[in-house]
Design a protein around this ligand. Structure first.
Ligand code: CO8
Length: 249
């Protein structure tokens, strides 16, 4: 399989079953302009469709995961242009993927950058991480799901504090509030590769179902998994004290 090349992201396979997508627009602190976002979206979909991939990592640079949507690109848009073209309508790309996504965040994750990270299933942060929704300082509000996802994760009061003041919080405060886990020893990307490898070693059907389960469907999906060979193998292996041989069927 030939790996596509992208102008604004780097794609690699640091470990079997793991796709690593690195945002690579360093001069703009990985600000998300249309071309950058298209590359992220295409690279994520490519990894999602690749049968050899079991988990996807999204990361940025040491200095910035992503400093938000590209302010210079959008500053002159009119309401009519934004509304008619449905600006940011493709934004929820990660939430439509089947494979689990881990965001490995170092440095700034601001505005749309934080919203991108919040769409991941698992968020790991380096101690250098700086998270916030500073849109209010630009005369706008979060547009990529930030108000809702933050409220869900950390509660309404803390979410409103971030959204209404634009205050940027550090990794420790973010962890205390329930936004992911801080990786204090070693590199956050190395830790993400370990977690992703672990996930990639499991039966894919159960991993996908675990990711998809909203509470409403959880029990029914649980029941449905009893029709898979992986369930029979996984439970038999436990009873026989051996490692499961997943066939992903
Ligand atoms: N857009 C465009 N360019 C940016 C952005 C950005 N969001 N952030 C940084 N840059 C550029 C700077 O303009 C600068 O470029 P240049 O060298 O050409 O002047 C370069 O990156 C380096 O940045 P700084 O010199 O400012 O670096 P500092 O270390 O002094 O400051 C900060 C770093 C604090 C991160 C600062 O750059 C900053 O405040 N950036 C803007 C943060 C922000 O407001 N983000 C929210 C944007 S709005 C948004 O995300 C709406 C989301 C909508 C939904 C999601 C859609 C994708």
């Amino acid at each position: 399989r030939v790996q596509r090349e992208y102008a604004n992201v780097l794609v690699s396979r640091p470990s079997p079953g793991v796709a690593l997508i690195t945002l690579n627009r360093p001069k703009a602190l990985n600000a998300l302009n249309a071309a950058h976002f298209q590359d992220i979206s295409d690279a994520m979909k490519e990894a999602d469709e690749d049968a050899s991939v079991g988990a996807i990592i999204l990361t940025g640079s040491e200095r910035a995961f992503a400093a938000g949507a590209d302010i210079k690109e959008m500053k002159d848009k009119s309401f009519a242009e934004a509304y008619t073209a449905n600006f940011l309508a493709d934004w929820e790309v990660i939430t439509k993927l089947k494979k689990p996504v881990i965001a490995a965040v170092s440095g700034y994750a601001l505005g749309g950058g934080l919203e991108l990270a919040l769409q991941a299933d698992i968020l790991l942060a380096a101690p250098s991480a700086q998270l916030g929704q500073p849109e209010v300082n630009l005369g706008v509000i979060p547009g990529g799901g930030g108000t809702q996802r933050l409220a869900h994760l950390i509660g309404k009061s803390r979410a409103m504090e971030l959204v209404l003041t634009g205050r940027i919080i550090g990794a420790d405060e973010a962890e205390r509030w329930g936004i992911g886990r801080v990786v204090r020893e070693g590199s956050v990307v190395d830790e993400a590769v370990k977690v992703a490898s672990d996930i990639a070693s499991k039966g894919r059907i159960a991993v996908n179902a675990g990711k998809e389960a909203g509470l409403r469907f959880e029990k029914r999906l649980f029941h449905a998994l009893f029709s898979t060979k992986d369930q029979k193998e996984g439970m038999a292996a436990f009873a026989e004290k051996r490692r499961a041989e997943w066939t992903h069927s």
